[in-house]
Design a protein around this ligand. Structure first.
Ligand code: ATP
Ligand code: MG
Length: 425
């Protein structure tokens, strides 16, 4: 045997046992987003590398260290998308959807970042997200939070914390950045290596360092909220008022920053303690400058991305069980004539009973081994059609999960009677 080929590190298969959970998350998200009038936008997974450099920022970890970027066969510099917002803005501008218009979009799909794989952190991961364009007021920030809260409630999560902060506008942030750099320089010797590097490239990121010694220093640092200009302050107040009106609890975390450069004003994260270090399940905020920076007309915007793998881990941690999507009925056949008849009958059943999950035995075998396959398939009923049954125009029904006597049904009444014999879903 030759050596088998394995999946790339950090890129996972989702096997049938878990895919029901995945579908549940995507379907629930689509329903909730639709309930707020958001329309799905489907975007390419590959874009020009330049798009992410300009949107996400040259000196961010995502662009500097994590991007899957390469030249294609024509020499074009392209990248697998590391996040969804850049492509959404690009498409919005390209199709003229953003100019003087209000737009509400949602998207879902794989993202790629060359990170160190660990629980809750992968190289191919999935995000579901929303973006709202053309609305400057805090009412829309509140709307996207309400929508995310509803999604998490529908998924059954009870212990999520909403953390919010405001990053202010460009000028406030520049003033704060200067003050922060001055403060951090005084403590430079005690900072961890990553933070020393970020001190000059992306100093705000030092604020959310996970290194305890750096955290201790940072807790004494100047606070962004003290630097906010009047406009950002009133926006932040409106944001908090709106959350309070809807009874959505939150904590202000003055050290909350985002890893992508485009954020302004309100930012937020939904976090859990149940997933260890990878506790942020959803993150987002306002990015009023990005559309213009990407070549569109000035357009305010707000959005978030939620990590699907982390949502799934949380569902599993909370032991959320879904009805299995295995088979309900396994059709055993004995003899060639019965097998041919059963193949037609199976098609009729699937045609007449939409939603029925029926596996038709393939590859022959003795009844015993067919019933073994039936058991493995998860079916609750086995149908058995042999030469004798065929001659009588009947089929045997065996209950696989309950100790009920076998019964015989006329082939002609099978469509009508079968649903009544299956356990309620
Ligand atoms: P982190 O601080 O965890 O690296 P981030 O700030 O890089 O997160 P965003 O770019 O804001 O994350 O992405 C939004 C969400 O997508 C995150 O909150 C997380 O749930 C999920 N996410 C981000 N990177 C990964 C990854 N490598 N693997 C799995 N999920 C991820
Ligand atoms: Mg990251």
């Amino acid at each position: 045997m030759s050596k088998s080929i394995q999946a790339i590190r950090g890129m996972n298969d989702v096997l049938p046992a878990d895919s029901a959970l995945w579908r549940h998350v995507f379907n629930t998200a689509a329903e909730v987003f639709g309930a707020y009038g958001y329309g799905e936008i489907r975007l390419p997974i590959v874009e020009r590398t330049e798009l992410f450099k300009r949107a996400v920022g040259e000196v961010t970890d995502v662009v500097e260290k994590e991007m899957y970027a390469f030249a294609d066969r024509g020499g074009e510099e392209i990248a697998l998308r590391p996040e969804g917002t850049a492509g959404c803005v690009r498409a919005g501008i390209e199709h003229g959807l953003l100019h003087n218009q209000q737009q509400r979009f949602w998207y879902a799909g794989p993202m790629f970042r060359y990170e160190r794989p660990q629980a809750g952190r992968y190289r191919q991961f999935h995000q579901i997200g929303v973006e709202a364009y053309g609305m400057a007021g805090p009412d829309v920030d509140v709307e996207v939070i309400a929508l995310s809260a509803r999604l998490f409630k529908r998924l059954g999560f009870r212990d999520l914390t909403l953390e919010i902060n405001s990053l202010g506008g460009k000028e406030a942030r520049a003033a704060y950045r200067a003050a922060l750099v001055a403060f951090l320089e005084r403590h430079e010797a005690s900072l961890d290596e990553d933070s020393k590097r970020r001190l000059h490239s992306n100093p705000l990121r030092v604020l959310d360092s996970k290194v305890p010694t750096t955290q201790a220093i940072v807790s004494e640092a100047p606070k962004l909220l003290d630097y906010l200009e009047a406009d950002s302050l009133s926006h932040f107040e409106g944001f908090q008022q709106g959350l309070a009106d809807l009874g959505i609890g939150y904590v202000v975390n003055t050290r909350l920053v985002r890893g992508l450069d485009y954020y302004t004003k309100g930012v937020f994260e939904w976090t859990t303690r149940q997933l260890g270090a990878q506790g942020t399940v959803c993150a987002g905020g306002r990015y009023d400058g990005l559309v213009e920076q990407m070549g569109g007309a000035p357009t305010p915007a707000v959005g978030f991305g939620a990590g699907v793998e982390r949502l799934i881990l949380l569902l599993q941690a909370q032991a959320v069980n879904l009805p299995s999507a295995g088979s309900q009925v396994y059709f055993c056949t004995l003899g060639e004539a019965a097998e041919r008849e059963a193949r037609k009958l199976a098609e009729t059943l699937r045609e007449q009973l939409p939603g029925l999950r029926l596996v038709l035995n393939a590859g022959g075998g003795k009844l015993k081994s067919q019933l073994g396959r039936a058991d493995k398939s998860g079916a609750s009923l086995a149908l058995v059609l042999g030469e004798a049954e065929l001659a009588r125009g009947a089929v045997q029904v065996k209950s696989l999960r309950q100790s009920l006597p076998d019964q015989e049904l006329a082939l002609s009444e099978l469509v009508a009677r079968l649903p009544g014999l299956l356990p309620a879903a």
